[in-house]
Design a protein around this ligand. Sequence first.
Ligand SMILES: [Mg+2]
Length: 299
Amino acid sequence: MEYEERFRQVQRPIYDCLLFDLDDTLYPLSSGLAVGCRKNIEDYMIEKLGIHRSKIPDLCNLLYKNYGTTMAGLRAIGYDFNYDEYHSFVHGRLPYENLKPDPVLRSLLLSVPLRKVIFTNADRVHAAKVLSILGLEDCFEGIICFETLNPTHKNTASDDEDDIEFAGSMEIPSNNTRSKEIFDIIGHFSQPNAGSVLPKTPIVCKPSEDAIERALKIAEINPQRTLFFEDSVRNIQSGKRVGLYTVLVGNSQRTKGADYALESIHNIREALPELWETDKMSEVSYSGKVPLVETSVTA
Ligand SMILES: [Mg+2]
């Protein structure tokens, strides 16, 4: 018994940072923000980009699946639009009133003696607003958001190869958001042998491993000492591939790539009591293996 306990401790990793997704991770999916967000994105595509309503379901599905976010996909296939305008349209009308201050989560977070950082695909305004409503704005060392990974592009060349598309669009004097031909992604997937190549997006976002690695570098985070909390299974899987320890939130069943699973972020203390025992953690050696204690907590 004693031997087993010691063996378990030797295998236990030492954490020095907690990396949190924001939406549907720090508050429940049932708040309705995700549904509102999807509806607003669809409205933006119809009202601002002039896309026909009948194409929206297939298009959204393909863009989200292939590019991580619908926004990244829209840019990839040739739509040009102002990022701030997009974000304010999509987030401006969300049912924020459904979110409530969460003093329980606040005291849990403040009592963990480790670095805590937010990593979201959303923009800074939305992230700050959500954290403020939840009463968590002072619980984190920093926020890595859309603007962090996608700094505003000016009409100047840079050494970033992603800027090539921007430089090209400058040559076409037009007020239209369609500065070039739109790639037919629905046609691309309905005729897989037609020979067309899926275009790349200039937007950096999860679940791309490159986006996660850039975020880790910016915040000076060592993935092998960090727990990554996320509600998205594909983001969890990318996080695992770059070496993070992963916690799937919002589901009590662990999926491939998840080291832990929590029905709610409120279960963090039951699932990971060692986060509050840092003295003990620093005494044990790190073996580089995944945690032996596989925890699944149901709320
Ligand atoms: Mg999320």
